[in-house]
Design a protein around this ligand. Structure first.
Ligand code: ACO
Length: 402
């Protein structure tokens, strides 16, 4: 099992390295091979921009120390309990709570379908989603600044496009969305060619809500950087999908699924967990770079998963394994809080609604459309080109041989 480094947050809480404007001396190297220095740059450098405040945002708060995730001030657990993805997306875009907001699934336009049909069947679903958004963007002639209207249109289109590719890769024809369903429900309907079970649609909707926004993570930052150049929303989301494709960000709830399959039964859990840790490997679905308390997204999803019919055996295994894992991790790492993270119960939900594991990362991308586009709108509203500095570490000025 790979030891996967994956973190999705950037709110490090209060620590801000100040980048000064100190100018370096201009390079004045000479042909005589003099030793003029260009390395007087002593400004602080933070690899990965860790601890650097890269934006001010009113969209979401990731409070790792206290295990809180707030969208526009509202706790994620309440939003899952009382909201829909459409209402939550509207909240992220506009800052206003409209519980009756609707986001009807959009059909896939012809040129996008043509492009998806041309892709190899074994293309990565993430590549297919990025391609679909790119073709869609070319058809829309989107202007700067991005608007909530653009965000609604893109967010309502992408699930249909991924579902269409999900069918094409199995040799099946895409089906039209049932516009009476929610976005998550219509995604399942378009994937499977039949109306989804109401509980499954509700569970996927809950996943869409918890995965909708998570601070200035790599893909969201990418969307903001692209928007800051006054580019369009589809370009920003294409870039964000590219960033999310990397395994350090896009995550692997499918690894949690394999882990639970390997464990097989609660009786085997303790021995399996101890053997895994003895080999120096990590338990998938535990630990988080930012959360030092139980991940509130995992808590919200666990509640939803518990309410899912047909999940009983698998979920009861997941719950029992979780309890044992938490106990063993606490024994092994008494000084470090290692709790369940969102991936653990994401696996329960995505497996529970019957999604093939190859679609998990791109489904995460669908859910994150709300956050990406909200950040693009916010960035455009107080825009400044994002252009950090760099410390040059290459050779001094030198010259090609005569
Ligand atoms: N299983 C076993 N031990 C762990 C785990 C784990 N899941 N997570 C951390 N540890 C241990 C490490 O071995 C290390 O022990 P040591 O100090 O004795 O060497 C200690 O805890 C600290 O580990 P770090 O890697 O410094 O912790 P960090 O906070 O940077 O890591 C991460 C966070 C990458 C998520 C880590 O916990 C991990 O690899 N988890 C498993 C993969 C996973 O579930 N990823 C999904 C994350 S969810 C999300 O990001 C949305």
């Amino acid at each position: 099992m790979p030891s996967l480094a994956y973190h999705d947050t950037a709110w490090a809480g209060g620590y801000h390295r100040h980048m000064t404007d100190t100018k370096t001396e201009p390079a004045t190297g000479s042909r005589s091979g003099g030793s003029t220095s260009t390395t007087a740059d002593t400004r602080p450098y933070s690899p990965g921009l860790e601890g650097v405040i890269g934006a001010e945002s009113a969209i979401g708060l990731v409070d790792g120390a206290n295990g809180r995730l707030l969208y526009r001030g509202y706790p994620i657990g309440e939003l899952v309990e009382k909201g829909t993805y459409a209402a939550v997306a509207e909240l992220l875009w506009t800052g206003e709570w409209h519980p009756d907001a609707r986001l009807a699934p959009e059909p896939v336009p012809g040129p996008v379908l043509t492009a998806l049909r041309e892709l190899p069947r074994d293309a990565s679903p993430m590549d297919a989603l990025r391609t679909a958004v790119s073709v869609w963007g070319a058809m829309q002639r989107l202007a700067f600044p991005p608007t909530p209207e653009d965000a609604r249109a893109l967010t309502a289109f992408s699930p249909s496009a991924l579902a269409a590719f999900g069918r094409l890769r199995q040799g099946l024809e895409p089906v039209q969305p049932d516009r009476s369903l929610s976005l998550a429900g219509a995604f399942l309907q378009q994937l499977n060619g039949e109306r989804p079970d109401a509980a499954a649609a509700k569970a996927l909707e809950a996943y869409f809500i918890v995965a909708g926004e998570h601070g200035l993570n790599a893909s969201t930052f990418t969307a903001r950087v692209i928007t800051a150049t006054r580019s369009d929303l589809a370009s920003a989301v294409c870039g964000a999908i590219g960033a999310l494709k990397g395994p350090l960000h896009g995550g692997a709830p499918s690894e949690v699924v394999s882990q639970l399959h390997e464990i097989g039964s609660p009786e085997r859990a303790e021995a399996w967990i101890k053997d895994t840790l003895d080999r120096g490997e990590r338990l998938m679905g535990f630990g988080h770079r930012v959360y030092r308390a139980y991940d509130p997204r995992a808590a919200a999803l666990r509640k939803v998963a518990e309410g899912m019919a047909g999940m009983a055996d698998w979920l009861s295994l997941a719950v029992k394994v979780e309890d044992i894992a938490l106990r063993v991790l606490a024994e092994r790492h008494p000084d470090r809080v290692l709790k369940t993270n969102v991936e653990y119960y994401t696996a329960a939900v995505l497996q529970g609604v019957g999604l093939p594991p190859e679609l998990y990362p791109a489904t995460f991308g669908l859910a994150r459309h709300a956050g990406w586009t909200a950040h693009a709108i916010e960035q455009a509203g107080a825009n400044r080109l994002i252009r950090p500095d760099m410390r040059y570490t290459g050779p001094e000025e030198r010259h090609l041989p005569d």
